[in-house]
Every structure is written in C-alpha cells, then in structure tokens.
Design a binder for this molecule. Structure first.
Ligand SMILES: [Zn+2]
Length: 267
C-alpha cells in the first residue's frame, strides 16, 4: 500500500518521535537516504509524517544532514506543509530561554551545503523574500497564546555552519546585523521546501543565550548539555502546540508558498 501524508514534522535536537504507533515508509531518494525512515500517523484526521532531522539517534551533525533527501522524501509522500521545530540560541536580551520564536527571515552563513534541486536542465530562480509560510505562522501564534507559551511572532534566524558554536566576536557581529536567534540547520532546509512549493513553518525554541549577552557576566556561553536540558523541559509544550496547529491548516492553500514555481516554463 502506498503511504502518504499531507503535513510533516521535522524534529530537531531532543525531538525524535511524535507517534506512539506509526507505520514506516521505505525511504529511497535520488539524493541518497534521508536522516531516518519517516514514520507516518494521523493527528485529528490529517495524515502526518515525522522525520528526525539528526537521525533517530542524533548521529548526524548539522553540516552532514541530507537536507535534499529529507525534503524530497516528504515531497514524494505528498507533503504540502512542513512544521520544523528547532533548538536555537538567543542573540537578543528580550528573547529568553524557554521562549518560542516564529522566524520570518533567515541570514545564511553556512557554506558548501548543496541548496537547490535545480541544477539543470530544469532551472528556476525562486523568490526567497519571505521564506517562511505566513499562513502557518499566523495559526501557530493564535494556538500558542492559549497554551500560555511566550511566543515572539517574528524574528531573523542567523544560520551558521557549525558544528562549533560562535566566538564572542561572531556573536556580536550577528547581533549587529539584526539576528534575533542563531541556529545551524534552517539553511538550506527552509529554502529547499520552497523550491518544491511546500509551506515551511519554523518554531524556534530558545535554549540559551549563545555566547552570553554583552555586559552581563552572569550569563555563561552555551554548552550542548545546557541546550538539551532546556529543550527537554519544553518539549511537551512544543508537541502540544504542534498538535493544535495541524488540524487548523486549511485544506486549500492560498499562501505564496504554493505558487513558488509559477511562471517557470517547465512547470
Ligand atoms: Zn504556505
């Protein structure tokens, strides 16, 4: 039986499962194997696929994640919307550990990551002006408030190569160019989804203050241990939010994401 799903959740650091009972889909793509075999289940009456970004045992660091295979396998399952939570560091005093940010922009500092499905003969130049789905961001904001979550409705994520964290000088620079949060996986994941006309929602969970905030010696630079500790105390809240968002996604999409390839001659 062919399996399918219309919405996908890509779990990040500390988030490796969503369904208690899920069937497994055999994963093969022209871009190699994805991070893990997607598990497929339902939330409400919606078919949902779950894929762990770093693998089920967190064996894939950010710079070796098979981003193309991950987005492609979800596309072949019929996924039209991706909800992508991730752990991020804060670059801003008002964005605190335990808060959530619904990012609406990214600035890419990654390198040597393949970031397009269109190497020819099919070519395209999609707009990246608004890389995150405005429709899903609005729903996420509306659903987060009754759950008592502290949510920032917009923000710019600076995406670094990793796997190391930033130096103090780099962190200062990222703040100066308008970064609200910092992460290692939002690029090219978000833009690859757009290339296949899939809506993409990022839910950033703040786990730390990057290298600390200038002028506050009490805040220590981030460690991976600290990231996991804050993430684990907030994971249930995040799952509750995702379960609320999914049934509210309209059946028909009117957002810009669904029209990303409009005008390309081969479409
Ligand atoms: Zn959309």
């Amino acid at each position: 039986m062919k399996q399918s799903a219309e919405i996908a959740v890509i779990g990040g650091t500390g988030f490796y499962g969503l369904f208690e009972k899920a069937s497994e889909h055999i994963a093969e793509t022209p871009y190699g194997p994805p991070s893990g075999i997607p598990s497929i289940g339902t939330i409400g009456d919606r078919g949902v696929a779950f894929l762990p970004r770093h693998g089920y045992k967190h064996e894939l660091p950010p710079h070796v994640i098979p981003y193309l295979a991950n987005i492609w396998i979800l596309h072949t399952l019929g996924v039209k919307r991706i909800i992508a939570p991730c752990a991020v560091g804060s670059l801003s005093p008002e964005v605190k550990p335990g808060d959530f940010v619904l990012c609406d922009q990214f600035i890419n500092f990654t390198r040597e990551r393949k970031d397009t499905f269109y190497d020819g003969p099919k070519t395209t130049h999609i707009s990246a002006a608004d890389p995150y789905c405005p429709e899903l961001r609005k729903i996420a904001l509306e659903e987060a408030q009754p759950l008592g979550l502290t949510v920032h409705p917009s923000g710019t994520v600076v995406v670094i190569q990793g796997p190391r964290f930033s130096t103090r000088a780099e962190s200062k620079f990222f703040r100066s160019i308008g970064g609200s949060v910092i992460n290692m996986t939002q690029y090219p994941e978000a833009i690859l989804a757009r290339e296949l006309e899939i809506c993409y929602l990022n839910i950033s969970l703040i786990t730390d203050y990057d290298v600390g905030l200038e002028g506050d010696a009490k805040i220590k630079p981030v460690t991976h241990e600290e990231v996991l500790k804050v993430f684990n105390t907030n994971i249930e809240k995040l799952k509750k939010l995702i379960v609320k968002i999914i049934p509210r996604a309209p059946q028909n999409r009117t957002c810009l994401c669904s029209k990303a390839l409009e005008g390309t001659p081969w479409r």
